[in-house]
Design a protein around this ligand. Structure first.
Ligand code: ZN
Length: 229
């Protein structure tokens, strides 16, 4: 027995598949999962939150928590409302033909999002720039575009890319640059990283891959010394 186990481990090191133990037959497992899912999908979000509070060790019936499931439901709907909004509809309704070939920059756009790994907030500033090629976007639509993508479960990297690529697709400018500086509560509250650390991501398309253009953009968005969001 001892030897067999040892051999098994040795084989397992060569090929991870050797160590897979057949547990519950796949069919039964799927049936169980299906029952579980149908019971869950019949529950309202309020019921799910009520149950979650109970399992976390709370008394969902105490006064302070009575309306919490309703509030959490509304809050989550608001924080993920971007799923119901279409960025292309937003931008296509606000395109203008303009003869301007300088850089358009909208900086310090406030952003609040939820990280998709922990469903905890990350927040900070978004800077967007592009060089038009005949068409521009109404300036007020850029913060709205950021909002549509931020009000979803996100990772900062994807949020950055989605903003840049959407602008690129819709107006085909000479280039787009997007920089996001954000602080993540999943890092700050859980003590994974230093409390004041922030993550910076950038997406540079077209002309913004050119060093001079990128440097111009980065110098124009450089935060003031007193920046302390
Ligand atoms: Zn996270």
């Amino acid at each position: 027995m001892k030897d067999a186990k040892k051999d098994g481990m040795k084989d397992g090191m060569k090929d991870a598949r050797v160590n897979v133990v057949p547990a519950v037959p796949a069919k039964a497992n799927a049936a169980l999962a299906a029952d579980h899912v149908s019971a869950l999908s019949n529950a309202s979000i309020e019921e799910l939150i009520h149950e979650m509070l109970r399992r976390l060790g709370e008394d969902p019936e105490r006064e302070g928590l009575l309306r919490t499931p309703v509030r959490v439901h509304r809050s989550l709907e608001f924080l993920t409302k971007g799923y119901n909004e279409d960025p292309l509809t937003l931008l296509n309704g606000a395109l203008f033909t303009v003869k301007y070939d300088g850089m358009v920059i909208v900086k310090d756009i406030e952003m609040f999002s939820l990280c998709e790994h922990h469903m905890l907030p990350f927040f900070g500033k978004v800077h967007v720039a592009y060089i038009p090629n005949g068409k521009v976007i109404g300036l007020s639509k850029i913060p709205r575009l950021v909002e549509i993508f931020a009000r979803r479960l996100q990772v900062q990297e994807r949020l950055t890319t989605q903003i840049a690529e959407t602008i690129q697709d819709v107006i085909q400018p000479l280039g787009v640059g997007v920089v996001i500086e954000a602080r993540h509560l999943c890092m700050m509250m859980r003590g994974v990283e230093k409390q004041h650390s922030s993550a910076v991501t950038s997406a540079m398309l077209g002309a913004f891959r050119d060093l001079d253009t990128r440097s111009e953009f980065l110098s124009l968005i450089r935060p003031k010394q007193t920046n302390d969001y």
